[in-house]
Design a protein around this ligand. Structure first.
Ligand code: ATP
Length: 284
């Protein structure tokens, strides 16, 4: 038996460059792993996949499928297919990351299964091979396999590792409601954004430790879309900023908002949006 943590991500920026001929969107996003995770236990079994999930700690957890539609299960099938052997696995998953919240909880679980099965069966696949398996499950899975700070381009699977950023505290505020990623991208196409994050400039600013300048440039082109469904986001952002956050932004397709801050402001920021679900963590 072995344990794996499936850490969530936040988007320091999210830009959409256009729609591709294959139907996917061309993106450019600066992704960051945070120290907030689902927990997995993997065991060898004689064949196939089995999944036991405890999602009682998250609101709406009963809506996450526990069969082959679960991304952890799909990842195990993709791993077996790649290796051309049965490599049976029993997965026990404890969910802590809210679903459909912009934190890539499902992709993180898939990545943890792929990393975990490589250890469990000592298959010694390279990181590139693990990412290729992950790509078959979802565009964010390769990033969740690698983790850290990365520029993600293409569908999100083309990764460039960036220097780690300072270990800021992170306050996550999840307003009531979910946003489906598919809906967010479809709605975006009807009215694309006019302001885009200058990712190359931000990468240079982060690398040279000019955090305040970089934070001013952070943006997520899907924020306008999410506001149509969850207008409270504007109010949350204003409150968290007023409570001392260095930067406040929506992650992924939302609706979770994150604030980066020094440890001394965490309590005040968390209390400023007491009606949201709050999680306090840090940059990993
Ligand atoms: P992203 O940031 O990549 O847009 P997200 O955080 O919005 O992702 P997820 O939490 O990955 O979204 O879940 C999206 C959908 O996938 C949910 O509606 C859920 O039912 C389904 N799903 C399948 N497997 C899982 C899993 N292991 N954990 C969470 N959701 C899962």
């Amino acid at each position: 038996m072995l344990k794996e943590l499936a850490r969530a991500k936040i988007n320091l920026t999210l830009d959409i460059k256009g729609l591709r001929t294959d139907g996917y969107h061309e993106v450019s996003m600066i992704m960051q792993t945070i120290d907030f995770a689902d927990e997995l236990e993997l065991k060898k079994i004689s064949g196939g996949v089995s999944l036991k999930m405890d999602a009682t700690q998250i609101i709406g957890g009963e809506l996450i499928p526990t069969d082959e539609r679960n991304l952890a299960w799909r990842a195990a099938l993709e791993f077996q297919k790649f290796c051309g052997k049965s490599l049976g696995v029993s997965i026990s998953l404890t969910k802590r990351i809210p679903a459909a919240a912009g934190l890539a909880g499902g992709s993180a679980d898939a990545a943890a299964v792929i990393r975990g099965m490589n250890r469990l069966y000592e298959t010694n696949l390279t990181e590139d091979e693990l990412c290729r398996i992950g790509e078959g499950v979802g565009s964010d899975v390769p990033f969740c396999i690698i983790g850290g700070t990365c520029l993600a381009e293409g569908r999100g699977e083309r990764l460039t590792r960036l220097n780690p950023i300072k270990k800021f505290s992170v306050v996550l505020a999840k307003p009531r409601g979910e946003i489906s990623t598919a809906w967010a991208y479809k709605t975006y196409d009807e009215a694309p954004a006019t302001i885009h994050p200058p990712n190359e400039k931000i990468i240079k600013q982060l690398a040279s430790g000019e955090y305040d300048a970089a934070f001013k440039n952070f943006s997520n082109v899907l924020e306008g879309v999410a506001l149509k469904k969850i207008p409270a986001i504007t109010d949350y952002k204003a409150k968290m900023f007023a409570a001392g956050a260095k930067v406040v932004l929506m992650s992924g397709s939302g609706p979770t908002i994150f604030a980066l801050t020094d440890a001394e402001h965490v309590k005040q920021i968390a209390e400023s949006v007491a009606d949201a679900q709050i999680f306090v963590t840090k940059i990993f």
